[in-house]
Structures are given as C-alpha cells and as structure tokens.
Ligand binder design. Structure first.
Ligand code: SF4
Length: 323
C-alpha cells in the first residue's frame, strides 16, 4: 500500500515536471538555455539527446525551485510591487538558438530601465554565489538588453532562498558586461556546433568540464574524464577540503581550550559578564541507558544486548593518502 502510494506520488511529480517544462521552456532540445551554456558541454548535449528520468530527490528539487519563485512573487505582490514581469522569455537573434527565461524582470517605464532577479533555492546557501549562477545572470542581462533595445538593463541580482534555517540571501551588484556576454555567446556557438556534430556522429566526445557539481550529473558513471587513474581537475577541491579540515581541527582545539579556561573561572568565581555576554557554569542532566543493568536483566531471560542490536549502513567521504 505505502510502496504503491510512493510510486503514484513519484509518477505524478514526474508528469508535473514534464508538463511544467513543456509549458514554460518548450522543446529544450531545439535551443540552448542559459543554464545549458553555463554547464559542462558534454552534460548539456547528452541531456538534450537523452534526457534521463529524474529521481525523486531531483523532482522535489524542481518543486522547491518553483515554490521559492512563488514565495518571492507573493512577497513582492504583498509589498505592493506591480512593476515586474515573471518568466520573461528572451531570445538571441543570431544563428545559434539561445533562449532564456528570466524569473523576474523589473521595469521602469518612466526611466526606460530594466533589472533582472534570478531566484535560486539551494540546499545550502554558499558564502559566495556559484560561478554558474553568475554566468546565467550575465547571459540573461545580455539577452534582455538585446531583446529590448529601447530600454537600458541597469542591474541584476541573485536571490537565494533556503527552506532550511538559512533564510534568504541576496547577491547583488551585477550589471551587464559586454565582454562576458560576448564570451558566453562564443561558448554557446561552440556548444551548439558540438551538439550538431555529436548528433550526426561526427564527434565522439563533446568537451568535458569537471567541476564541483559533477556529482549531480546523470552522465558521470560513463564520463571519460573519470576514467583517469588520478582526476587532476579535482585537485583544487580536495586541497581546499583538506585545508578546511585542518583549520576545523585547530579551531575545535582552540575553542575547547578557551571554553575550559573560562569554565574554570566561573566555576570558582560564579556568573560574570564579559564582552556583553553572561557566562556561568550550567549543569544539565540527560537520561542515559544503564547498559550494565540492562545486560544483567536480559541475561535473566537468556538474552543479551547483542540480540537487540542491528547494523545499519551510512555513507561518508573517506579521504586518506593515495598509494
Ligand atoms: S561528470 Fe562532469 S565532466 Fe563528466 S559530463 Fe558530467 S558534468 Fe561533464
């Protein structure tokens, strides 16, 4: 019964996602979208030729994205904003079909200006916006400026909405950059040409660009880049992670030392104030299982604690020196 319910829900979400894509984005294999150009070319091309069925997590991620946009739109409406349009479609007029759908475009008819707001709903809001987000925004601003020559596109921003405990964060201060836009259009031309060649069988492997988001790529399992004995392109990521882990260990030691020193003071002296904070020794109790007594009790019934233990598996990233 519950398995059947889960299958029904997942199938319905799949249909909703397909319907939403068709209604808002049309046939994605016939043009390059802003996120296609920002992504690894191999991933973009394989996605167009053979869109994999999304798993439940991805489907829920899609819905989360739509919900974030709806929340922001409702907030703008409630705040009395009427000067914006949603899902504005802009196209490049050149030979390569490039199209983008802009989440929010703010328009001032009086000043003939426009501004772009792109909404993201990441699992965790990064300290700095991802490069792919910025690329997408620059492309959107460029396409908007091309599509509305009577207006000046003044600025753009990325609003990250987190449904956990991070809330929202605005990354602003972007303005259209002709050089970046031109570079992205050149990149679009390269990807489009590779797409045509790969489809015709004239190209065996499109360009691959390893990045931190490869783990979410549905074409990783047979990606030639990962067949190498050592994946050079991940050096920086692993280097940063190991450095952060060292810093974390040092910080934890430092924090624990400072805590012990201050606790020793308030334990003797009683509560005190410093740096606008109240420091005191607190004692909390928690219930713990007396496994010795429980073991003895179970023994009386011919059983032991081990009879009630079961294994469960979990995954984690293990890092150790390579041979
Ligand atoms: S795994 Fe990474 S490099 Fe390979 S196709 Fe996917 S995104 Fe590109």
């Amino acid at each position: 019964m519950s398995d059947q319910l889960m299958i029904t829900l997942q199938t319905a979400l799949q249909q909703l996602a397909a319907q939403h894509t068709t209604e808002t984005l049309g046939n994605r294999s016939s043009y390059l979208g802003a996120s296609d150009i920002a992504s690894c070319p191999r991933k973009t091309i394989l996605n167009k030729l053979n869109t994999p069925e999304s798993d439940l997590v991805t489907l829920l991620r899609f819905r989360r994205g739509h919900m974030a946009e709806e929340i922001v739109a409702a907030a703008f409406a409630s705040a009395g904003f009427t000067n914006f349009q949603r899902q504005v479609e802009v196209r490049h007029t050149g030979a390569v079909p490039v199209m983008a759908h802009l989440d929010f475009v703010f328009i001032s008819e009086a000043r003939k200006t426009m501004a772009v707001l792109e909404v993201k709903s990441p699992e965790n809001i990064p300290e700095h916006p991802y490069g792919a987000w910025e690329t997408q925004l620059y492309l959107q601003m460029g396409l908007l400026a091309d599509s509305y020559p009577d207006y000046t596109v003044e600025k753009g921003a990325i609003l990250a909405v987190n449904f956990g405990n991070q809330g929202m964060q605005l990354f602003g201060g972007y303005s259209p950059q002709t050089m970046i836009y031109q570079g992205l259009m050149d990149r679009a031309t390269t990807i489009w040409n590779q797409y045509q060649q790969y489809s015709d069988g004239g190209l065996s492997t499109p360009t691959m660009e390893i990045g931190p988001l490869c783990g979410y790529c549905p074409f990783l399992a047979d990606c030639p880049k990962f067949e190498a004995e050592e994946v050079q392109e991940l050096t920086e990521s692993v280097e940063i992670l190991t450095e952060l882990q060292h810093q974390q260990r040092d910080l934890e030691t430092e924090i624990s030392m400072r805590k012990s020193d201050l606790l020793a003071i308030v334990a003797q002296r009683g509560p005190l104030k410093a740096h606008g904070q109240l420091l005191r020794k607190a004692v909390r109790s928690r219930k713990v299982l007396d496994t010795n007594r429980l073991g003895q009790f179970l023994e009386g019934y011919g059983q032991s604690l081990a009879d009630f233990q079961k294994s469960s598996s979990y995954s984690f990233l293990e890092i150790k020196k390579a041979a």
